[in-house]
Ligand binder design. Structure first.
Ligand SMILES: Nc1nc2c(ncn2[C@@H]2O[C@H](COP(=O)(O)OP(=O)(O)OP(=O)(O)O)[C@@H](O)[C@H]2O)c(=O)[nH]1
Ligand SMILES: [Mg+2]
Length: 484
């Protein structure tokens, strides 16, 4: 664009702005004159309205621009209650041992008084390379192939302020089929006093979610945008601005770095031959070191409370998962035990209707056992109501139950050899199994005795005549009757 043309455009632009300003001024003066010309009462009314509008507008603007509060960190349950819950889980289970050793590790790290930092992020973002740049002498394996780091490794070094620190290299997340390694990495991130989240370029949606998950624990968090050597200065600023916007309010600082690493390429020699060359890229992690110095300044002891909260919150989640696995298994055992008793009870019924009494007592026992297991308090009245509803369902559904039982007799002819009354016994196995499973599912999901929901689930299970289920119940019936 020639200079003269630019001058012309600038002059036209300036003239347009001046003209607009003058027009606006003219309009304002005209409005003010009309306002002054209004009768006194009307003038007060319009004036008042204008003031009210101005106040409302200012209020709205202040609300919109108010500083946003950061999200409150996740609050973990206290340690004693967690310990009690872990103790209630099955002693022998390996994953329960893992929960217990997590508590041991929590104490061990506190006593060591070292600062722990975890380097966390997706595969191939350059975490291991960064550790090599942060800890002189550390040489964790790094490679262009994603999923290079398979286990957690600690490297001992000195913080930028000269204190001892342990820095953890962890497997990268988002590796296809690497869910268990990702879990390991997340656990380690929770165990650290501070976390460096590494990405390499714009923050993807999954990375932003992962960062948010970490941020919710409220401990020192840095976002390092690695591989900055690949961009021009302008690109770097643009990427940093976008990442800062996406991550706003989550990390304590966002920095661009180059962890370095090695690059391999093939060089053609003058004689026409080729050779493989490995070259080290220059590392530049100064902005990260500065941010780390600021973040770790309070020291290990001062950062311990946040670390402990994160570990306990993570443990709470893992314990809850184990509890639901344990409850599901234990529920199955309870239902199995009561179904077996119901089979025997059905065969032992001598007087007409006496089976209803026996089965009523068994059903009450099963409801109590399942409710106890799920920590749900139930009253006698609630149990009575529930059993009344079950009996109503059975009164209208007897034909369904008997039809399913009849089919089972045909499908598993061995049952017929066990003598008269087997049809009846099998029907009770089916009823107890359906009732118990339906109830257990309601208790597990809703944490209360929801009669309608339990009834609905029971009806569905009664009509579910899947072969594997019938085979299992037929085997149970056969077993119970032979052992009688
Ligand atoms: N250009 C450039 N490449 C880098 C940089 N840092 C790391 N790399 C390269 O990125 C690739 C992955 O590096 P790693 O350190 O193995 O990445 P990682 O995050 O530990 O990967 P996983 O262990 O698979 O999770 C390697 O080829 C490194 O050389 C950097 O600052 N710039
Ligand atoms: Mg690695």
């Amino acid at each position: 664009m020639s200079r003269r043309f630019r001058l012309l455009v600038a002059t036209i632009g300036f003239a347009a702005v001046v003209w607009l300003l003058l027009a606006a001024l003219d309009r304002a003066v005209a409005l003010a004159q009309r306002f002054m010309g209004l009768p006194e009462g009307l003038r007060w009314l319009v004036g008042g309205l204008l003031v009210a509008l101005a106040v409302l507008g200012a209020g709205l603007a202040a609300w919109w621009l108010r500083p946003r509060k950061p999200r409150a960190p996740v609050v973990a349950p206290d340690r004693a209650s967690l310990e009690a819950r872990i103790a209630q889980l099955r002693e022998t289970d390996a994953s329960v041992e893992e929960l217990r050793s997590e508590l041991g590790e929590l104490d061990r790290r506190r006593e060591s008084a070292h600062v722990y930092v975890a380097v966390f992020g997706e595969i191939s973002t350059g975490k291991s390379t960064l550790i090599a740049a942060l800890v002189p002498g550390a040489a964790p394996g790094s490679d262009v192939l994603g999923g290079t780091t398979r286990e957690i490794a600690h490297y001992e070094g000195e913080t930028p302020a000269g204190e001892r620190w342990m820095i953890a290299d962890v497997p990268g997340s988002a590796e296809t089929g690497g869910e268990s390694r990702e879990r390991l990495a997340r656990h380690e991130a929770l165990r650290a006093h501070a976390v460096i989240y590494v990405c390499a370029g714009d923050l993807t949606r999954t990375q932003a979610d992962e960062l948010r998950w970490l941020g919710d624990f409220g401990k020192p968090l840095l976002l390092a945008v690695n591989k900055a050597d690949q961009w021009t200065l302008a690109e770097r600023e643009r990427i940093l601005a976008r990442v800062r916007e996406r991550a706003a309010g989550i990390p304590d600082a966002v920095v661009a770095i180059s962890a370095g690493g090695e690059e391999r390429f093939t060089r053609r020699l003058p004689d026409g031959d080729t050779e493989e060359v490995t070259r080290r890229r220059a590392a530049d992690v100064r902005p990260l070191l500065d941010a780390l110095r600021r973040l770790l300044a309070p020291g290990a002891a001062a950062l311990e409370a946040l670390r402990e909260n994160a570990v306990l919150a993570g443990l709470h989640e893992r314990t809850a998962e184990q509890e639901s696995v344990y409850r599901a298994l234990e529920s199955e055992r309870i239902v199995h035990r009561y179904a077996r008793r119901a089979i025997v009870g059905a065969m032992a019924a001598v007087a007409p209707g006496s089976d209803l009494v026996i089965q009523g007592i068994l059903a009450t026992g099963m409801v109590r056992a399942l409710a106890d297991l799920h920590g749900v308090r139930v009253t006698d009245v609630e149990i009575d109501n529930l059993l009344r509803q079950v009996r109503m369902t059975l009164r209208t559904g007897t034909s369904v139950v008997l039809a399913v039982a009849g089919n089972a007799m045909k499908a598993f002819p061995g049952l017929g050899t066990l003598g008269g009354g087997v049809l009846h016994a099998f029907a009770y196995a089916l009823i107890f199994d359906s009732f118990g499973r339906g109830l257990a599912a309601t208790l597990a999901e809703r944490h209360t005795l929801d009669q309608a929901d339990a009834g609905e689930r029971m009806r569905e299970l009664l009509a579910d005549a899947g072969t594997s289920r019938l085979r299992r119940l037929a085997e149970l019936t056969g077993e119970a009757l032979r052992d009688r």
